[in-house]
Write a protein that binds this ligand. Structure first.
Ligand code: GLU
Length: 490
């Protein structure tokens, strides 16, 4: 069997979209499962929509996801991507082969003429296909048009190719994901393969590259199915082996519309900025259309690769459930060691002066606040009260807790006793236990006693372990906050 070779071929007209990341992942998994090669090819034939910033983003995002490609031009010890714009001298040669074989022809139609054709089709309520006006131009007619300064595009001759390789106008192929698909090629229309400016169109460049790069399987989104028919005919016309195709269902937002910015992050780099771990994102994205055989959803990329079966990919669309991703991200955060988490959280703590905390206290702060984190960025709002002098009291803490007589009484007793306490977490634990027990005897529930202290010291009604918070803040700051929350009696 020939060695499996697959590719991801993004067009750099935006940052790497999570849908493209899924296509990349499925290609990568298929390559790993079959000991094949995974290749990155940047499809930048559309110069107007291309930017270096997007190319860099695609490059960095794939690397961040761990989707490393197996070959490409040497860029100083690493593989660069193959880039179509650097291969522009390759495509005309293959267009010439098609011209010579009669599978392609020159088209001199101007954009205005083509627009008029489209308009006429629209007026007659017919789907537009090119009228083949230029199919049978004589050499003389062509010379005349050239003399007028017209530069020809090159069109593919569908009917000729179809007739050469098939009995009827129907073309079909067996899709690895969707099963048999077919089309009446009369509906495809002779499409342009080389533009009049000498650059190849997507459908042509993709086939030449897939042929020269010896791709065995093409796994991509179902939005490319209509292109696939055209591409099969070009493969045949070039005498190349046709790869196997697998088209993936689309990824939709929870409201079943196209996933877009209004639903949340869509680019991999945005997810990373928002505090998602790339391992979690890879795991989640793998489950969009595919399920592990043992039903266990949390899996590393290697485990997924070993279990991956392309024929079991769902042929329908998948829903991108942000809630599930958040849950999964939380599971991955739980798996990180505190040391690792301390480093990963730093970018989300830049608004605080971490030098206020000893390393030991920073570690302890993370230990006591990590449990509910779903996104790394959740840490930003979880820890403001660990920093600075004094604390902002939120409205609920003020009205529901600090304004009550019980809270005021608790804080006064706290201020009478606590200045004498040794301020270590262990000792505070013991002292507060006794403090609560005394209040319980007076009919105040232990949690109500602690609410008063929490509201005064953190400005909130809930949060991390209170004893540890007091120990981290230190005696002076803790007592100063408790004191500040006691109302002056008139
Ligand atoms: N460049 C195409 C795109 O970004 C993908 C082409 C392909 O996979 O064949 O949609």
């Amino acid at each position: 069997m020939t060695d499996v070779r697959v590719r991801i071929a993004p067009s750099p007209s935006g940052n790497l979209h999570v849908g493209t990341a899924r296509t990349a992942l499925f290609n990568y998994l298929f390559a790993k499962k079959n000991n094949g090669k995974f290749i990155l090819r940047i499809e930048d034939t559309d110069a107007e929509r291309t930017s270096q910033e997007y190319i860099d983003n695609i490059f960095d995002s794939l690397k961040a996801l761990g989707l490393n490609w197996d070959e490409g031009p040497d860029i100083g010890g690493d593989y660069g991507p193959y880039t179509q714009s650097e291969r522009f001298d390759i495509y005309p040669k293959y267009a010439q082969i098609l011209l010579d074989k009669g599978f392609a022809y020159e088209c001199f139609c101007t954009p205005e003429e083509l627009e008029a054709e489209k308009q006429e089709a629209a007026n007659n309520k017919k789907p537009y296909v090119y009228t083949k006006k230029c199919l049978n131009l004589t050499e003389e007619e062509k010379a005349k048009l050239r003399a007028q300064g017209r530069k020809p595009a090159i069109r593919f001759n569908i009917e000729k190719a179809q007739k050469a390789f098939h009995d009827t106008s129907m073309l079909s192929f067996n899709d690895m994901v969707k099963g048999e698909l077919h089309v009446d090629t009369n509906l495809l229309g002779d499409f342009v393969i080389m533009k009049s400016n000498g650059s190849p169109t997507y459908n042509f460049a993709v086939v030449v590259d897939d042929m020269l790069m010896k791709m065995t399987h093409i796994i991509r989104g179902e939005d490319h199915i209509s292109n696939t028919f055209k591409q099969i005919l070009i493969f045949e016309a070039l005498g190349a082996e046709i790869p196997q195709f697998g088209h993936l269902g689309m990824i939709l937002a929870p409201d079943r519309s196209k996933l877009s910015k209004r639903h949340g992050a869509t680019a991999v780099s945005e997810f990373v900025e928002h505090g998602y771990l790339t391992d979690a994102l890879v795991n989640f994205v793998a489950l969009l259309g595919w399920a592990p055989s043992d039903g266990e959803e949390i899996k590393s990329i290697d485990e997924i690769a070993a279990d991956f079966r392309i024929h079991e990919i769902s042929s329908s669309n998948s829903i991108f459930e942000y809630d599930k991703l958040n849950w999964m991200n939380g599971q991955y955060i739980k798996k990180l060691s505190t040391e690792e988490l301390k480093e990963r959280l730093k970018p989300y703590l830049t608004k605080y002066d971490l030098s206020e905390l000893t390393d030991e206290n920073y570690t302890r702060m993370i230990e006591i606040t990590r449990e509910p984190l779903k996104l790394l960025s959740d840490i930003t709002d979880a820890v403001p009260y660990f920093f600075g002098k004094g604390v902002h009291i939120d409205e609920e803490a003020q009205t529901k807790v600090l304004d009550t007589e019980t809270a005021q009484d608790v804080l006064k007793s706290f201020m009478e006793q606590a200045p004498d306490w040794e301020w270590t977490e262990e000792n505070l634990h013991e002292k507060l236990e006794k403090f609560r027990a005394d209040y319980k005897e007076k009919g105040v529930k232990p949690k109500v006693t602690m609410w008063a202290i929490r509201a005064a010291v953190t400005g909130r009604t809930c949060g991390a372990d209170m004893t540890a918070i007091l120990a981290i803040l230190g005696k002076e700051e803790s007592l100063s906050r408790a004191k500040a929350a006691i109302k002056a009696t008139v």
